[in-house]
Write a protein that binds this ligand. Structure first.
Ligand SMILES: [Fe+2]
Length: 291
């Protein structure tokens, strides 16, 4: 990065920070600290691809991400989120990382497992590592919690999802880009050709690499949609590997080879605020061909 770019980025951030502090000094503070973090958007996305078998038409996947328990988000809030997910009657549930903000400081693990265990999905519950799941020697802790809650942890691995007629798709999960070792070739090692492959990657910007492999859709979190956004300016801060694709739906590649969806997450980190970046649950409905 050139000195000029660094300086420009610094000035933009400083300007943005001053604007935010100004905005938050009045009623905005209450809104960004208490109100917006407690809201929830349910985004409905059609997941279409010619490789999705007909037998998967209508299959419903619910994605939740970045709960950051222990920072601003509580177990009571997680419990209510789990009830909301259950009401959506998902066939498949995906958690895309950052369960606890600081795993080694989180003391209510015994209460956390039964809450996550209540989630039910007949085609499976899958999860991957986020950067916070590795932080503070959290990797084993996170794996133990998710496995106890009957999630399959995909660490550079793939799992087939089968229908009764034998047709199948694959769910792939890669490690986090910041603190882990993502290895997509390893995840694809035993995946046969010509099947629909859905990749779970905490970091959205890995889509540029995923593009070179037989990955048809990628779903991510990590960026929190910027978490605090300034009107007419955009996200105040975006994390490494969450900068190019901060939020929403993208077609990646010259020929739109890969579709990426970036969920804004549920909790907060570093700053206990959300502004113009509401917490989100994403509901994907699979469809074999564009309607
Ligand atoms: Fe996060």
């Amino acid at each position: 990065m050139s000195k000029k770019t660094t300086r420009r980025t610094f000035l933009k951030r400083t300007f943005g920070f001053i604007l935010t502090m100004f905005g938050l000094s009045s009623g905005g503070y209450l809104y960004a600290n208490k109100i917006e973090p407690s809201l929830l958007d349910i985004e409905e996305i059609k997941m279409t691809h010619p490789l999705i078998p007909k037998s998967f038409d209508g299959v419903k996947i619910v994605q939740f991400s970045d709960t950051h328990l222990g920072f601003q988000y509580t177990l009571e809030q997680l419990n209510s989120l789990v009830n909301k997910i259950s009401m959506l009657e998902p066939d498949l549930i995906c958690f895309t990382g950052d369960l606890m903000d600081e795993p080694n400081k989180f003391t209510d693990i015994n209460k956390l497992v039964p809450i996550l265990k209540k989630l039910h999905a007949p085609m499976g519950k899958f999860c991957i590592f986020g950067n916070h799941d590795h932080g503070g020697y959290g990797s084993d802790l996170y794996r133990n919690i998710m496995e106890a809650a009957e999630f399959t942890v995909l660490l550079n691995q793939a799992a087939p999802i089968k229908q009764k007629d034998g047709s199948r798709i694959y769910v792939l999960g890669i490690d986090d880009a910041m603190l882990g070792k993502p290895d997509l070739p390893q995840a694809l090692k035993d995946v046969p050709n010509h099947h629909f492959n859905l990749l779970l990657s905490h970091a959205p910007d890995l889509a540029d690499q995923a593009l070179r492999y037989p990955v048809h859709w990628q779903i991510s979190g990590h960026s929190h949609g910027g978490q605090v956004k300034i009107p007419f300016y955009g996200a105040l801060i975006t994390p490494p590997f969450g900068q190019k694709y901060p939020e929403g739906l993208y077609r990646v590649g010259n020929e739109n080879e890969l579709t990426l969806y970036v969920n804004r997450g549920i909790g907060t980190t570093r700053l206990p605020f959300r502004f113009l970046a509401k917490p989100e649950l994403t509901v994907y409905t699979m469809k074999s061909k564009e309607a």
